[in-house]
Write a protein that binds this ligand. Structure first.
Ligand SMILES: [Ca+2]
Length: 554
């Protein structure tokens, strides 16, 4: 973990909160609020401000990385808990957002990529909060459905835009405000914050608890900072990971697609088909984050000034991670740590312990169950995750927190053909990754020993049983709600971003271990399941499956 400064590893005390907390004397802000259906007498629900950033890297916060200036997010972390082991089940905007909103995996909600507009039949968790008496608002990037920016079920207030939206206003660019076309007037992060504060101050019903879903466009590519931050990082040296270098050590044991991607739209040699260095790109990226940080400060000040802070949880996170050269890659999609880890800070004075780093693992699949748990609303049967509230509050210490296997899925997008369909599973800090539809190697990492994923253990004889067990578990868990396994695809409308920089890196060679002479006596062995017996035969230099006479060639 790359935590620094004042944060302390582990949760210091086992807080006995849980249901007892909800029976404590109601703060002034909740006084007079009627008990909601299904809640214990005297209980009062929590308000939630959910701040979702787009493509913010897990370590892209000042309290983790001192070069980055995020004083208000740091305030949240000082007064709340930081969870460095928070993961996304699909590292891509639309599938990940759909998972957060529906509590379902991509294989079940079926928003399989950024081209997929199908929201039919999906129920978004704020609907359940509404039924329980909450007032709900959605502000910002929705990015599911390419055909409508209109209000969706589950929200009393709606401010959104088509697709990715834009940082700055231009002629004809509109927001959708409660179904009406309203011109975008200013810088998008500031404008969304203005709408959020206006709703909190003037539009919501103060007698009801609220859930504010603030979904920023920032810091998605191409990041454009607010003018006040444009030169904030001009003199700052920002670093990229050592694995960005094109060296034999960095590519030892790596799949071929990883090397092949370095000179593409999503590679460090040709980032978004430009010659921009990632160290320079990051200056604009973090300057764009600064308006988000201002937004956090404005919201926090409002909650403090009104006394609502004692009764409100703030959750700060991102829809996916972001690679900045890790393994020669940029952006997201793959199952490497920089892609699937996200920032996560939870601030709720009196409920969530302050100033701690909590290593317990949970994922975006667990957010909807957590929010419903906080509101004391029963989970609907289609939810696939579990409430992380016991971990967040410290009721279950990180050391006693035993999450289920984490399962990852990404489906090949024709627009960005350099990243294959990817499935992964993490159990007890061992991560196994396999690729679908390409001729390439699997990966197995011991994240406890090798957090940067530099030593692929897939062919390490001592890991044979782990490999076999994780392959089996991954296959079993990838069954969808109908018990089926289907790799989806969406319709093409172009060849996709296939260009390469003529002057940069080329194609990967096949792994040396795969290059052999003809007529080997063990040439059928790979047709048989991996086992100790097969490994023993390999150790002894004999074929596991002796060739029948008809297949022998001298
Ligand atoms: Ca995203």
């Amino acid at each position: 973990m790359r935590t620094r400064a004042w944060l302390v590893l582990g949760v210091p005390v086992a807080w006995a909160i849980g249901s007892a907390h909800f029976q404590a004397a109601a703060p002034a802000a909740a006084a007079g609020r009627p008990a909601l259906q299904g809640q214990a007498p005297g209980a009062h629900p929590r308000n939630v401000v959910f701040i979702l950033i787009d493509d913010l890297r897990y370590d892209g916060m000042g309290f983790v990385q001192p070069e980055v200036k995020t004083p208000n997010i740091d305030r949240l972390a000082r007064g709340g808990a930081y969870f460095p082991h928070t993961l996304v089940t699909s590292s891509l905007c639309s599938p990940s957002r759909a998972t957060i909103l529906t509590g379902r995996t991509t294989r079940n909600h079926r928003i399989v990529d950024n081209n997929d507009s199908s929201e039919e039949g999906l129920v978004f968790f704020p609907s359940y909060l509404q039924r329980a008496g909450y007032q709900t608002a959605f502000l910002g990037k929705w990015h599911m459905g390419q055909t409508s920016d209109g209000p969706r079920p589950g929200f009393d207030k709606w401010v959104s835009f088509m697709g990715q939206g834009e940082y700055y206003p231009r002629e004809g660019l509109n927001l959708n405000v409660d179904g009406r076309r309203v011109p975008q007037k200013g810088y998008i992060t500031d404008e969304l914050t203005d709408y959020a504060l206006e709703w909190l101050r003037k539009q919501r019903d103060p007698r009801k608890p609220f859930f504010l879903y603030l979904s920023h466009k920032a810091v998605h590519t191409d990041p454009l900072p607010a003018p006040r931050h444009a030169h904030q990082y001009d003199a700052t040296a920002l670093r990229i990971p050592a694995s960005a270098a094109n060296t034999p050590e960095n590519y030892r044991g790596k799949p071929m697609w990883v090397y092949n991607q370095r000179n593409t739209w999503h590679g460090v040699d040709f980032p978004y088909h430009t010659d921009v260095k990632m160290t320079e790109y990051l200056k604009g990226y973090y300057a764009t984050l600064s308006a988000v940080d201002d937004s956090v400060g404005r919201l926090l000040d409002y909650l403090k000034d009104t006394g609502l802070e004692r009764d409100t949880m703030i959750v700060f996170t991102s829809d996916n991670g972001f690679l900045i050269g890790d393994h020669g890659l940029i952006d997201k999609r793959n199952a490497y740590e920089g892609s699937i880890r996200i920032p996560m800070v939870v601030y709720a004075p009196g409920l969530v312990p302050a100033g701690v780093t909590n290593p317990g693992r949970f994922s975006t699949l667990d957010l909807a169950p957590t929010f419903l748990d906080l509101a004391q609303v029963a989970n609907p049967p289609q939810f696939e995750g579990h409430s992380a509230l016991p971990l967040w509050t410290g009721r279950v210490a990180a050391g006693d927190w035993k999450p289920e296997d984490f399962v990852y899925e990404y489906y090949w997008e024709w627009n960005f053909p350099m990243t294959p369909t990817t499935f992964a599973i993490e159990r007890d800090r061992m991560k196994y990754v396999q690729y679908h539809g390409v001729y390439d190697i699997e990966e197995l990492y011991d994240l406890a020993q090798d957090p940067d994923e530099m030593r692929n253990l897939i062919d390490d004889p001592s890991q044979l049983q782990t490999k076999i067990a994780l392959r089996k578990a991954l296959f079993e868990k990838l069954a969808d709600a109908r018990g089926q396994r289907a790799v989806p695809f969406t319709g093409r409308f172009s060849r996709g971003v296939v260009r390469r920089n003529r002057g940069a890196s080329g194609a990967a060679p096949f792994p040396d271990a795969w290059l052999v002479e003809p007529n080997r006596p063990d040439r059928f062995d790979d047709l048989f399941p991996d086992s100790e017996a097969k490994l023993q035969a390999e150790r002894e230099g004999r074929p596991f499956f002796p060739l029948p006479p008809s297949a022998r060639r001298q």
